[in-house]
Write a protein that binds this ligand. Sequence first.
Ligand code: D5M
Ligand code: FE
Ligand code: ZN
Length: 479
Amino acid sequence: MLKKEMAVVLSYALNKGFQIHPDALGFLESMDVKSLEKAIRGIVREKTRAKAFQISQGDFEAYLGITNETEVQCKLETLSDPTPKITSAEGVSGYNALFASRFKKLKRVISDRPEAKMLKTITSAKTAKADEVYICGLVSSKNVDRNVTKITLEDPTGTFEGIIFEKDLQEKAGALLSDQFVMIKAITGKNSGYIIKELILPDIPDHPPNRSESEVYAVFLSDLHIGSKYFMEKEFSEFVSWIAGPHPVARKVRFVLIGGDVVDGVGIYRDQDKELVCQTIEEQLERTRVLLEKIPEHIQIVIMPGNHDPGRRALPQPAIPKKYCPALWEMKNVTMVGNPAEVSLNGVRVLMFHGQSIDDIVKTTPGLSYDSPVDVMRQLLRARHLGPIYGSQTPIAPESEDLLVVEEAPDIFHVGHVHKAELGTYRGVLLINSGSWQRQTPFQASVGMLPNPGIAILVNLKTFKALTENYNPDLDNVL
Ligand code: D5M
Ligand code: FE
Ligand code: ZN
């Protein structure tokens, strides 16, 4: 609401001899004219009766039925963050150590499966010459040739080749990603080759999610691209005002998570400078701080980087380094984490990942596309890995520990990157792609990518009900 409009509405109370406490002004600014008019008349009526001639923010809160914030639980914990584990040099030990770690961690993940008891190493399975074998490994190749699919797996002891004849199983194999971990059951064929009879992905167990005791909301955002000409600054500011305002849902927001591409960055793509309104990283992050500062301090903000943010390009990424934005780091209610990260919001486990690997996965998997990022997210959970494909477009650093393994199933899986807001579920996990706050860029238009920016997703952490706040100026473009 404009200051002028607010003065007109408040004059109603002032003319009746009331004073307005200055603490209420910021709060009132975020209300719309109609609700303020209504509230002020009601409050004036009540307080005239009580002969109390000062109106404070508390009076408005009481009138609107807003509960006292301090009673609500608001506990943010960082459960895992790659930042302190990331080695400074890239390419230290090559991908051997990375794959060894991936294999070891995922073998542990599947160890409680009944089939796991029958697992043999590739070398021992080959020498045992049993009719039926169970092995596991990372997919090193996959070929479809004249109605048969041939798969090669590797474990630390050796290489295994097997053939799939069955149609259903070939389809399942079609969705296997290279370097992904898989368990298989195979039998020996006539000419001593192996025929694959089962493909078992690590997957996640179906589970009821942890819930918050207090009824609080978390807001899921990503891909703001602050600094870009196409960042929807006006709409984003309106949404921030909504969070700070009197809407009953907004009053219950306690967490805001930002899943990467906070800023547009510098030198990320050719001739980017022509599409920037802020030419330095520092300026872009300062603008971010100014915008986020409008979020009330009782709301915890978590900031994770994406491929446009500074730090390093390869996954896993450290938190946006403090040297670019000391003021943002020092904000009391801001927590900076790396990508991927896991946080707990009042006990609800949220796995945050920017989503870079989606690009490689949609390219190589039949049936998956940018239209439904949530489908790709299901695939990542089945693989229990956030970036299985090594050496493709998404750079993955050869860390000695594979930090992209999904060691524990989350309650909420929060991804961004593809600029398409979408919700889904998978085995008790709420899947969120948080869309973007950047209008379609000329590049996206040239490749036919249609984003649905300006949609905020909110989740009630007690009931797991999700809702959206739509600031997209194009009304057709809804979630
Ligand atoms: O990516 C926004 C979206 O655009 C994401 O879905 C990937 C896609 N994108 C970005 N760059 C390319 C290239 N070079 N080829 C194909 N698709 C691309 P963002 O991370 O915000 O730039
Ligand atoms: Fe983005
Ligand atoms: Zn991105």
